[in-house]
Design a protein around this ligand. Sequence first.
Ligand code: ADP
Length: 201
Amino acid sequence: MLLENGKGVKTVEKESVEAIVNQVRLSVIMGDITQQETDAIVNAANPSLMGGGGVDGAIHRAGGRAILEECEQIVSRQGRLPTGKAVITSSGKLKARYVIHTVGPIWHGGGRGEAGLLASAYRESLKLAASNNLSSISFPSISTGAYGYPVDEASRIAMDTIVSFLRQGVTSLREVVMVLFDSRTFRAYALAFREVLNISA
Ligand code: ADP
């Protein structure tokens, strides 16, 4: 099914929405981020950069040992990765060329700067992609798994931060993809996408 409304938003199929923001294609899809072919995929890492569960474990399993070795070098050079910051490594056996590792906040109820830190994780990842001249990047839903961030709030922050970044100026980026692993998370991001872009469903 291909629907298009007056504002140029396509519902390509039930599990994908997209729009053009300042010459960049922004899409929200259901899928497995380890299978994405964008220049970079983002990993919802933890400060040790030594892998873990969820999307972090999946990326290290699919990419192999090379990613972990580069993470070890980064940690020995600069220490643990602070929440809200991002670093880049190569991608081992993944289809994407790079992995951008960022650390989202652990949800403590919202009073410990979580919103600002989550926005920073998205912004720092986008900045790193642009400073490496990359044209496409895929994000998972940072912090909404083991870190417990409520998905409705996290999805608005994610979409708002990405859209603000894209509207701020022209960069090397031509495509940004949010890759959601389950339908409830996908629905939250698709709704936030419409709200932030001010599109009626
Ligand atoms: P965090 O510790 O930042 O909360 P998690 O990895 O626990 O990170 O969860 C973040 C999100 O990533 C969750 O919505 C989870 O379902 C999702 N996820 C897990 N595996 C994958 C994958 N292979 N591709 C995309 N998203 C994934």
